[in-house]
Design a protein around this ligand. Structure first.
Ligand SMILES: Nc1nc2c(ncn2[C@@H]2O[C@H](COP(=O)(O)OP(=O)(O)O)[C@@H](O)[C@H]2O)c(=O)[nH]1
Ligand SMILES: [Mg+2]
Length: 323
């Protein structure tokens, strides 16, 4: 019996030690948000001739109905299919509803291939009012790229959509109609997340047991540390009202894969309504998520998000204008 008590005491002491060590580590390694931009990152090309114009700010009033922010890192091959599908939908919708104005903002996240040049072909075809390309000089990670695009967008609604076109673009309408239902007036704060949760059973059947184990492990960490009540935090198809985007992206710290989780954590702290909407989703080859390494990075980021808010290393910020 004594022996058992000693063992329990040892385990408790070890757990407390690990928790304190993690808190200290999370606190001292906390990064600060860097919203500064190189001069060239404040402008977008108006065509292929080299002329540029300054990008607008999320702090300005909306002047388009929808902004589509496309983070793109070395996407010269996958992006054309996505952009064709998106532009077809958006153009048809605008013909049907002339008041539906839109822009697509491709954020080249420091690619080493021809992502920018490929995107600029669409600027040439549709004009710089409809397709803009923001080229980041250094790779920031998907979260950093989405944030830069969002901070420079004009839409009343802001959709983030992956460059691989994994989600059927027309499903935007489903997200849009739910968003209108859940956003209370006059705050207009709401987020709808595309969700692949309905596909989980099939994917479990098709996948290796180890990947399924990692998936459930990830879900548990998300639930335990950060976000409750949302089954798929990671789908790259999310719709924000302009107000909700300003409120959440102003506090965002994580620039890599776990940024969606921090965004939703922030939204839940601010009590912003969030809904999940099932979307049509196809696995597209060429994922940039490096197995094991990205998963480990994501797991660490997830745990650290909550710990950093607990220690006060990170705080919920009020929207502030940056250059
Ligand atoms: N891997 C990676 N993707 C990025 C980065 N920045 C932006 N992205 C974009 O994030 C989106 C999702 O990437 P993908 O490789 O399809 O990830 P997955 O769908 O989660 O497997 C794509 O549009 C990428 O181009 C980055 O630094 N690394
Ligand atoms: Mg993908």
């Amino acid at each position: 019996m004594d022996c058992l008590c000693d063992l329990v005491q040892c385990l408790v002491a070890l757990a407390v030690f690990v928790l304190i060590a993690l808190l200290v580590l999370a606190h001292v390694t906390a990064t600060v948000v860097d919203l500064s931009r190189h001069a060239s990152e404040k402008r977008f090309p108006t065509g292929t001739s080299g002329e540029t114009e300054p990008l607008p700010s999320l702090h300005d009033p909306a002047s388009r109905e929808l902004s589509v922010v496309v983070p793109a890192y070395n996407e010269e091959l996958r992006m054309p299919t996505m952009l064709e599908e998106a532009m077809d939908y958006l153009e048809v919708r605008q013909k049907r509803q002339p008041l539906f104005t839109y822009e697509v903002l491709v954020v080249d996240d420091g690619s080493s291939d021809k992502t920018t040049q490929v995107a600029l072909q669409y600027t040439k075809k549709y004009g710089a009012d409809k397709v803009r390309v923001l080229t980041l000089l250094k790779n920031r990670g998907k979260g950093g790229a989405v944030r830069m695009g969002t901070l420079s967008s004009r839409g009343r609604l802001i959709l983030m959509a992956d460059a691989d076109g994994a989600t059927k673009f027309a499903d935007f309408e489903k997200l849009e109609s739910v968003l209108e239902d859940i956003s209370p007036k006059p705050d207009n704060m709401a987020i709808t997340c595309g969700s692949r949760a309905h596909l989980e059973e099939d994917s479990v059947a098709a996948r290796h047991a180890f990947r399924t184990f990692l998936m459930y492990g990830f879900h548990f960490l998300v639930w335990f540390f950060c976000v409750r009540g949302i089954r798929d935090t990671q789908c790259g198809f999310k719709l924000f009202t302009r107000e909700a985007a300003l409120k959440t992206f102003s506090s965002l710290h994580v620039e890599r894969w776990a940024f969606d989780v921090e965004l939703l954590y922030i939204a839940q702290c601010f009590k912003i309504p969030i809904a999940e909407v099932a979307v049509n989703w196809t696995e597209i080859e060429g994922s940039k998520l490096v197995p094991i390494w990205s998963w480990l990075q994501m797991g660490r980021d997830l745990v650290f998000i909550r710990l950093r808010y607990i220690t006060g290393a990170w705080r919920l910020e009020s929207p502030r204008k940056t250059d």
